[in-house]
Design a protein around this ligand. Structure first.
Ligand SMILES: C[S@@+](CC[C@H](N)C(=O)[O-])C[C@H]1O[C@@H](n2cnc3c(N)ncnc32)[C@H](O)[C@@H]1O
Length: 226
């Protein structure tokens, strides 16, 4: 899916939502939640924000695990999709907001999750939303998501999207603990067919106090997932 195609109709993502709605929660989300649980860092009734939730499968998993979720997407079709899928017993912990993520005031959050969505912001919008993510994470809170790499196939024809080099990703992570940075370059599939992917899976943690952080860093080094 590309921004140019997106602007041609009011809900051109609908096909993508149908395509992805049957999938299980993303491995990156599960890994992040396991990591947070392993650290003992999940506050009871923690607040998660999902940016660009699409068909909503990962929001549903966050709800299932007891999080309060603010789910943001630019498409009404996404909101309609998610709304239909939310079990009644989880509704009270979910707030859905439709709008460009770069213009939405983000509340303090324990987890901000953005799965294959931030790169669809134009560079100035990305800078704004990244600053908002950094500011709204509580001390000890985590960011998890993907950033597209500068060798991604879409880069040359998508000036309205945002791509990063490895060193730029490292710069974005400055001041946070880099719990995971995994670079993938592979030939695979997108909704529109075969694609050469280049992206980074990222998990970051905002520092708490220096004393508590150093304790956890020692544990993180021993972890195969860190
Ligand atoms: C590729 S889909 C990913 C959906 C889902 N997170 C997943 O992993 O399957 C990107 C989603 O981000 C949303 N999106 C793209 N740009 C956005 C923006 N600037 N603000 C809010 N949502 C945006 C799209 O509407 C779409 O639902």
């Amino acid at each position: 899916m590309t921004p140019r195609r997106r602007r041609r109709s009011s809900s051109p993502w609908t096909g993508y939502y149908r395509w992805t709605a049957g999938r299980p929660p993303r491995e990156h989300l599960l890994r992040t939640l396991d990591h947070i649980d392993w650290e003992g860092g999940r506050p009871p009734r923690g607040t998660a924000i999902e940016l660009g939730f699409g068909a909503g499968t990962d929001t549903l998993e966050l709800l299932r695990r007891g999080w309060r979720v603010l789910a943001v997407d630019g498409e009404r079709a996404a909101a309609a999709f998610l709304d239909r899928r939310v079990p009644a017993e989880h509704r009270r912990r979910l707030t859905i907001v439709v709008g460009p993520m770069e213009t939405i005031a983000l509340p303090p959050a324990d987890l901000i999750y953005a799965s294959f969505s931030l790169p669809f912001c134009p560079p100035d919008g990305f800078r704004r939303v990244w600053a908002a993510i950094r500011a709204s994470l509580k001390p000890g809170g985590h960011f998890a998501g993907q950033l597209f790499g500068d060798r991604d196939e879409w880069r040359p024809r998508q000036p309205t999207m945002t791509f990063h080099s490895l060193s730029e990703v490292r710069r974005l992570a400055r001041g946070f603990s880099l719990e995971l940075l995994r670079e993938t370059t592979e030939a695979g599939m997108s909704y529109h067919g075969p694609k050469r992917w280049h992206y980074f899976d990222v998990i970051l943690e905002k520092p708490r106090s220096a004393r508590r952080r150093s304790g956890r860093r020692r544990r993180a080094r021993a972890s195969p997932s860190a």
